[in-house]
Design a protein. Sequence first.
Lengths: 292, 239
Amino acid sequence: MSGQLIEQIVNGVILGAIYALMGAGLTLIYGTMRVLNFAYGEFYMLGGYAFLLLTSGAETPWPLALVLAAILVFAFAAVTAAGVVQPLLARPGWDFSTIAATLGISIAMQNAALAIWGERFQSVPYMVDGTLEVAGLYIPYQRLLIVAAAAVLIAGTAAILSFTRFGRAVRATAQDREAARVLGVPADRTSILAFAFGSALAALAGMILAPIYAVSPWMGVPLALKAFAVVVLGGLGSFRGAVVAGLLLGIVEAVGVALTSSEWREAIAFAVLIAVIWVRPWGLYGMERLVR
Amino acid sequence: MLEIRGVCVRYGATQVLWDIDLSVSEGEVVAVMGPNGSGKSTIFKAVMGLAPPFAGAISFRGEDITRLPVEKHVARGIALVLERRRLFPTMTVRENVLMGAFHPQAAKGADEALRWLQGLFPVLRERGGQIAESLSGGEQQMVAIARGLMSRPRLLILDEPFLGLAPKMVAQVVDLIRAVNAEGIAVLFNEQNVRTSFSIADRGYVIESGRNVVDGTGLGMLEHPDIRRVYLGEQGAAP
């Protein structure tokens, strides 16, 4: 039993790493733009397809395919943000109109994927083969790669936010848009780039998960839902909160499933979400004063 | 240096400024006075591009800046310290101040500017590593002014710099404005209290209900019947 529990915790960390990565990208977008991006799962999906086409189609080596696909999704998301989302922000009723617009983008992208690539679930070969055996646990290297890649991406994003000019612009815009503009920060351009950056993180999550889950037009839907849960759990707009909440949710889910059965997965995840929000409406790391 | 001519501003359907005229010369300290909600802050927002006028013109050092986007003002030599300090709450004092040198032009001279400001504002040295929101209101005001000065502006605009400060802190901010002005930087600020204003200002404007009422130099303005009526609450002083 305890061996099984350890195995589930390991699975939870793997799942949690992906939730954390997805949550980090979404919270970055919300933090700078104050937009709930309902097309977020579709950028994850686009990452999966771009990676599939580059590796299986064009026979690009997978590390290069990761980079190229991320750049493609970044560019596509930047155009979407600048063309569709940003123009709405200057108008009255932007808080609702951006939700409608991103939902529209989500549906359009799903249907475009269906029309172009079909409804078939397509699989992507493992990036690395083999299994690690340690203390009676068997962990495929692919799953370790997922954790390592997610950790590198999250740490890299944190470093960009802390130490680069772009990162300072993002943090200033997120904390006080007007004050940032007065100091010369181009807040609109910063938001568009943050939207694209967050979407590229989702795309990368889609790519590293593609060998385990299949690629399909709807692959982003459950992950986007989890990303929203993670962002609310961590505190809207909090990067650290999203990372902690993602890991927490992954582990709680995996252990919960081990103790009950897999049908309870979503029920457990969202029960935890509701319980936390009940006690702390601002989330784990959210800004208390915004709620008061 | 700064020329505001016939500026009218509205928020949505509500007009808040009517034909405002105001000017600031190089090295001058100018106060804008008037009751709460009279539109003092909106004048500053119009200058900075945060509330673009629908009529009238604003020029700075000979250049028309009426429609200049907010983020381009810093490079022209104008800095605005917003009402209620508006520090970035989870950044440290040092990070906040360095945001003032975000513009590439300002970034080049950031080290030098920081040394200069550390001399002027002891709080930057004493509390540099502290999170901005943990500071007292007066200290936050100092940091906000320092942040504005990081870009080495020719004109520093302060929106309600004394709001909510203890009398001792008011005196410190007054001294600071004098010190900043002594470096040749023009200062434009607003304040409800006429006596505080004229303890530093060369000239003053009184705004009421979004319109110019009176302007002039020094304490002589205090004797103006309109000022006594609007400000000092002497109801019988004016017809």
